[in-house]
Design a protein around this ligand. Structure first.
Ligand code: GLU
Length: 613
């Protein structure tokens, strides 16, 4: 918990101070006050060398690019981009939340990760999601979603500090500088920001501080207007100056605890907003975990993912191990997609049975990622017929790779996650790569802005199971990290980066990452095509959720195989989309192809340091 300085950092800062945001002509928005240009153009593909970035947002990508051009490395740039996303994507990510940071170190050739997941308060009772007034479980919406009881101890500030401290060259203060600038001068509101505000309007109105920040003048910010967040600029400035103690120990910590325990609703709201259990001790003792990634070999590629407390690495990895048993490239697209959906359901069955916070549950990571285990799981995959879902979980305690009757029952996880969160991919000219997914859970988190500080608190604890089964690895326990689906993934070939990718989207994150890998490695798509292709997600539920284009293209053939396709979209979002991925592919002689979504969530922004001529 300290702010570092170093010669490299000082040099980079000097450069940073002198740089101006470089954006192509016509790619900037100017406020009526004639302030500095604000990047608004969303170019989803950039090809070049010397460093690359892809995020959902042009300001965040510009911040990362600025750091890279000034001599910062991928870790510096990733933190700068993430902090900027806290300004421009405040409903998806920010210092009130958590996330998972995956880093490929070009010098050592190793992949390391930081688990910055929010954590349940130490005094949170096991039955925290039971309403004491009625003795019955709280409803997911609105009680749990908009509450203090779902707020976990945030991990994002500590993730940034640790990443910079271990692998970066900038101090936290320096890495926050571009974001402070964006928060101060403001960014141009787009359709997505306005729509997300409107989707949250009722609950944002319920809190004075939230209403004041995001519903100024009583309405969601207009498209094309400039949105400033001076409160957050101040908070970031203080965080940079004072370091982590400012967030985890001081007045701000006290205020966060108070907000969680005594939600500050307006008098006329009908929202119940159950109070939570966060304490100053929780904040003071919060720690990120630096840990090894998961790894599977997939057709000669090394796929590195996030180990538990995320289920991303084990679930993507197990599904790939199952799929590796089939020659997808020789199949029709429909046959290959059938295998993708079935393998995903099998891996999700095991996710539900075995994966939780390893500090509380013995997660059999090695066994789940064992090829012999995958061979046995593949026995349930009928190449000619979709299995009835839910399919049963496997038995990791005894397997020999040989098909035998299975005993366990299938369990369907209630799928309460939705399209929120944000993901970014950064690489530098030295060959270091960062894949980072961060979130405040629901779009709009808990709905509660910390008064005068300009950021939303998460509602991440809704990722715990709401059933009270002692055998459930993801049941609520005090001090535990709720199971995540975030799947920041780095793929190496011959020890060198080939592809880095990730996505938001709750439990669909896993299938989005899996489908993109299959698209790229097996189905012969370019990385641009792999990200743009229509998506479907099978998470061991009776129906397979799919984007409309997917249903149009593959619906008849997959329905004939027994799949039940239903359009994506849920109670919280109007968009019939799955995910909002970012990726970078690495080619020969330092070539990088940075890719963002062409259209989903309004499209993303890819940039490279030196454009290909
Ligand atoms: N809370 C989710 C997770 O950790 C991410 C939020 C989302 O994308 O909906 O898996």
């Amino acid at each position: 918990m300290h702010v570092r300085t170093s010669l490299a950092a000082a040099t980079a800062t000097g450069l940073l101070a002198g740089l101006v945001v470089a954006t192509p002509a016509g790619a900037t928005g100017r406020a009526p006050d004639g302030a500095e240009p604000r990047p608004t153009a969303k170019v989803p593909t950039a090809i070049g060398k010397g460093g690359a970035v892809s995020t959902v947002d042009p300001e965040a990508s510009a911040a990362a690019l600025k750091v890279l051009k000034a001599g910062g490395n991928a870790v510096d740039a990733a933190v700068a981009a993430a902090a900027t996303l806290g300004v421009t994507e405040p409903y998806s990510a920010g210092i009130g939340g958590g996330g998972y940071f995956v880093y490929y170190n070009a010098k050592s050739g190793k992949v390391r990760t930081i688990d910055g997941r929010e954590t349940a308060p130490k005094r949170m009772p096991n039955d925290a999601f039971i309403d004491p007034a009625t003795g019955r479980p709280y409803n997911f919406t609105p009680e749990l979603v908009t509450s203090g009881v779902s707020v976990g101890t945030p991990g994002t500030p500590a993730t940034w500090e640790r990443a910079l401290d271990k692998w970066g060259t900038l101090s936290l203060a320096q890495a926050l500088r571009p974001a402070i600038k964006v928060a101060t001068r403001g960014f141009v509101v787009d359709e997505t920001f306005r729509q997300q505000t409107l989707d949250n309007e009722t609950r944002f109105r319920a809190f004075k501080a939230t209403r004041k920040l995001f519903l100024r003048g009583g309405d969601a910010p207009a498209v094309g207007s400039v949105f400033r967040n001076r409160q957050l600029a101040r908070t970031y400035t203080r965080l940079g100056r004072k370091g982590l103690p400012y967030f985890y120990r001081g007045e701000l910590a006290k205020l966060m605890v108070d907000v969680v325990r005594h939600p500050r609703t307006t008098a006329n709201t009908e929202l119940p907003v159950p109070p939570g259990h966060l304490s100053r001790r929780d904040l003071k003792t919060y720690e990120v975990l630096v840990q090894r990634p998961t790894r599977v070999d997939y057709r000669g590629y090394d796929v590195y993912g996030m180990a538990p407390s995320s289920s991303g690495g084990t679930t993507v990895g197990e599904a790939l191990n199952i799929l590796e048993r089939y020659d997808l490239s020789s199949m029709t697209a429909e046959q290959a997609l059938h295998h993708y959906l079935e393998a995903s359901a099998l891996a999700f069955a095991d996710r539900g049975k075995y994966v939780g916070d390893p500090a509380f549950v013995d997660v059999p990571v090695r066994r789940l990622l064992d090829d012999r285990y995958a061979a046995e799981r593949a026995c349930l995959l009928n190449p000619a017929r979709a299995a009835t879902k839910p399919v049963p979980a496997g038995d990791v305690t005894s397997y020999d790779g040989v098909c035998s009757p299975t005993k366990a029952d299938g369990v369907t996880d209630a799928d309460t996650e939705n399209i929120s969160t944000t993901n970014l991919t950064v690489a530098d000219g030295w060959g270091n790569v960062v894949e980072y997914t961060l979130t405040i859970e629901q779009t709009g988190g808990s709905g509660q802005v910390v008064p005068r500080h300009g950021f939303l608190l998460n509602n991440e604890l809704t990722d715990f199971s709401t059933v009270y089964d002692p055998a459930d690895p993801n049941r609520i326990q005090p001090g535990k990290r709720p199971r995540s689906s975030m799947s920041p993934t780095i793929v190496l070939r011959n020890g060198k980066p080939f592809l880095a990718l990730g996505s938001p989207g709750g439990s669909t994150i896993i299938t989005t990452v899996l489908q993109m890998i299959v698209n790229r490695i097996d189905l012969g798509m370019t990385v641009q095509e792999a990200i743009a292709a229509p998506r479907a997600t099978q998470r061991n539920t009776a129906n397979t959720t799919a984007e409309p284009e997917f249903i149009t293209a593959y619906g008849p053939a997959l329905t004939a195989l027994g799949h039940r396709l239903v359009p994506a979209g849920d109670a919280f979002t109007s968009a019939a989309e799955i995910g909002a991925a970012t990726a970078i592919e690495f080619g020969r002689r330092g070539r990088m192809t940075a890719v963002a979504e062409p259209t989903r969530r309004g499209g993303g922004s890819a940039k490279v340091v030196k454009r290909r001529r």
